[in-house]
Design a binder for this molecule. Sequence first.
Ligand code: GTP
Ligand code: MG
Ligand code: NA
Length: 441
Amino acid sequence: HKESEDNLRSPICCIMGHVDTGKTKLLDCIRGTNVQEGEAGGITQQIGATYFPAENIRERTKELKADVKLKVPGLLVIDTPGHESFTNLRSRGSGLCDIAVLVVDIMHGLEPQTIESLNLLKMRNTKFIVALNKMRFIMVDRLYGWKTCCNAPIEKAMKQQSKDVKIQFETQLVQIITQFKEQGLNTELNNMDKEMRETYRIVPTSAISGEGIPDLLLCTVLEVKVIEGLGTTIDVVLVNGVLHEGDQIVVCGIQGPIVTSIRALLTPHPMNELRVKGTYQNHRAIKGAQGIKITAPCLEHAIAGAALYVVGPHDDLEEVNETAMGDMKSVLSRIDKSGEGVCVQASTLGSLEALLEFLKTPEVNIPVSGISKGTVHKKDVMKASVMLEKKKEFATILAFDVKVTPEAWKLADDLGVKMFMADIIYHLFDQFKGYINNLKE
Ligand code: GTP
Ligand code: MG
Ligand code: NA
C-alpha cells in the first residue's frame, strides 16, 4: 500500500471541555496567535478550525527527542465552545474528529461540560488525551513559586520546581484521577515511554507559558498513529451479496460519483471492531453481512454515510452513478435553495463541513450557493462569477485553508469575483463582513 500511504488525509482533532478551561488559549499558544483575546466576552461561540502541518508538529516536539515519523500531512484541530448552550457544536465537533483533547482546569477538576464532552467521546469510542491546564496559574497564584520554562516539555519544567509545587500538583492530580474513575475511566500521568492502552494520558499544560505543549502535541500524534489506516480506505457495512477484489464500484463523492475498483478487501480479525486499527485479513471475496475496509484509488473525496454500489456486467454505469449521487442530498441540503450565496472551498471534507456548519449558524448566517474541495482553480472562479448578475456581493469565494492558482487570482480580478482566504474560520467571516459593510457605505 505504498502509494496510498502518501495520500493519507489529515486526521481531525477536537478540543473539548468546560467553559474557560483554556481550550482556545492552548491553541493560541501553539499557533502563536491571539484568538482568545479577540473573542467577545472571551467565550468561544463557534467551531474553529486550524490546520497544523506536520513540519510544525515536528518542530514543536523535537525537544522530546521522540522519533516521530508523521505519515499524515498534518492535523486539523477543531476548537469547540465550552459554554453550556453549545451542546450542538460540541456534538458536531466530536462527530467530526478522529481524536480529541479534553481540557480540564487543574483547580476545578471535572465540571458539567467536561462530563458532557466525556460522554460524547465515549459514545463514539473516540480516543482522547487530557490536558490538565493552568498549571502555572495555580502555582503562581498560591505563591508556590512556579518557575516559568517557556514551551518546555513538562518533565523538564517540573524538575525546576520546588518541593511545594510538586506536592501541590500531586494533590490536584490524585483528585482528578479519582474524578475520572467515578466516570468509569482510567487516567494516568502521561509517560511517553509507556504504551497506555486502556488508560487515558494526562498531560499537564500551561496555555500561558507553554509548558507541556510539546508533550500534548506528541501524545496527539502518537494516538493518531494508532488510528491511521492503510492510506485512503473506506469502511463499509456489506449487508448482503458478495464483494470481490477488482469489482467496479461507485460511491458518492463531493465532486460527483467516484467510479473505481476494489484493490483490497480487508476485515479485522473476528471479534475485533472495524474502527479500531489492528491487523487485517485480506480477502479475494467477501460475503455479507460483514464490516469491511476497502482500499481503492480515488477514495479521498468519498462522502461518509453514503451507499456503495457495485457495477454488475449488465448495469448501465450512468444509471448507477445517478443512484449513487442521490446520497449527496444531505450535503447539498446545506446549499441555499434560492441559488444565491457565496462559494466556499476548503481543504478536507472535515474542514468543509465545519465551515458550512459555521456559516449556517444564526450569528453568521451567510448563504452558500456552491461548495468545492481543494485548490481554487479558474473553474471555481467561473462558478462564483455567476452570482455577479444575481447578487454582486455573493460573487465571492471563501477559501479556507486552500491554495489559489495564479490563473484563478487573475481571472477573479478580471471578472470582479472577491476572494477571501484564511486558515481560521472566524477570519473568513470577519473579512466578508468587512466587505459587505464597505459595500453598504
Ligand atoms: P470557552 O471556549 O469559552 O469554553 O473557553 P476556553 O476553554 O477556550 O478558555 P479560554 O481559552 O477562553 O481561557 C479562559 C481564561 O483562562 C482566559 O482568561 C485565559 O487567559 C485563561 N487561561 C487559559 N489557560 C490558562 C493557563 O494555562 N494559565 C493561566 N494562568 N490562565 C489561563
Ligand atoms: Mg474557547
Ligand atoms: Na473562554
